[in-house]
Ligand binder design. Sequence first.
Ligand code: NAD
Ligand code: DAU
Length: 355
Amino acid sequence: MTVIITGGAGFIGCNFILEWVREIGEKIVNLDKLTYAGNPENLAGQDPDVYELIQGDIGDAELVKDLLNKHQPWAILNLAAESHVDRSIYSPADFMRTNVMGTFNLLEATRAYFGSLSGKGKEKFRFLHVSTDEVYGSLAPNDPPFTEETPYSPNSPYSASKAASDHLVRAYFKTYDLPVLTTNCSNNYGPRQFPEKLIPLMILNGASGAELPVYGDGLQARDWIFVMDHVRAIREVLFKGTPGETYNVGGHEERTNMEVVLAVCAILDELTPRLDGQSRTVQIKHVKDRPGHDRRYAIDDRKIQMSLGFSPQWSFTEGLKMTVDWYLSNTIWVEKVKSGAYRQWLDLHYGQKDK
Ligand code: NAD
Ligand code: DAU
């Protein structure tokens, strides 16, 4: 009774594993390359009989084959990815290698492994691919939210690479009967997110007195989901989803970026006021917009609600407060992730934007 997860040292993966160990307790093997976004300390101290980390690349065919043969998993959860849109604009090749070719390699190894199964083992087996709402592209203000039927229309190298991986996953179902499941989720936030993404960046910059860089007019909208709700949705789909189906997952919390930044400022002002008594909003700075910036995402999640009984439980207000608290309380974690590589990213990305 083993599952293999990829990318489990990243933000969503580590929260998934922590919950899995607590609630399910089946052995979980984490294949993670440990890129800048992977942090093994997120999972330090887990029982080695239940959790095992293998440092490696999902694109390494021999390694993946050996892992499947050794652990004989009943499920593979694919979370490994290059996940940051801004980085995909500077270095798209990494995104093609991991998100497209890595997923392809994983599917090929899984196809061979699945072919070796029989009886109940074959019936139970699942390949769950964790994807994003960004594959659907951008919505106009009055467009209806994305459904599972919305045509794919990715706009960044990141979302194009995720769209390609989703198509491969679908093709392995249609062509080889591989029992795949795909989730397309909206923006996650919560503890242990690498602080290159909007919410943790705003929390840490806000707390330290640095600028709060808002791209363009800041009126782009995202649907925010607390990471533990996404983790629960992935589990529901794994246990109850129908092979070949895709499921949209959202938080029912659409907000503009300015609304998010103002909400972070308000919590920081309450929990850790600036010494000069001013609000953190004085740190907001509008900077050059992201190229190809998607204006709006919104999720219609009636399918997962009606077929699997899943709906998010955390409100944005509760989840954001909890998240700000977490970053303010976990200063050692924060200092460790602010490594040389992180500072280089800030210089490359925000240094250029200011010019
Ligand atoms: P993350 O960037 O925090 O973590 C990615 C993890 O993948 C890291 O641990 C990294 O070391 C690992 N990894 C990268 N390349 C690898 C490779 N070639 N082989 C093995 N491991 C590799 O990402 P996240 O935010 O936790 O996202 C996880 C998944 O969920 C991704 O597939 C992402 O596209 C998807 N997703 C994310 C969000 C979000 O808001 N964060 C929303 C919807 C979907
Ligand atoms: O929608 C799901 C996606 O959400 C995931 O698939 C991606 O992996 C995840 O990174 C996220 O993508 P976004 O591009 O929406 O997230 P990000 O946190 O980078 O940005 C959120 C919004 O905030 C976006 O409109 C850009 C804006 N932004 C971001 C940063 C980092 C700013 O205005 N300033 C910033 O400094």
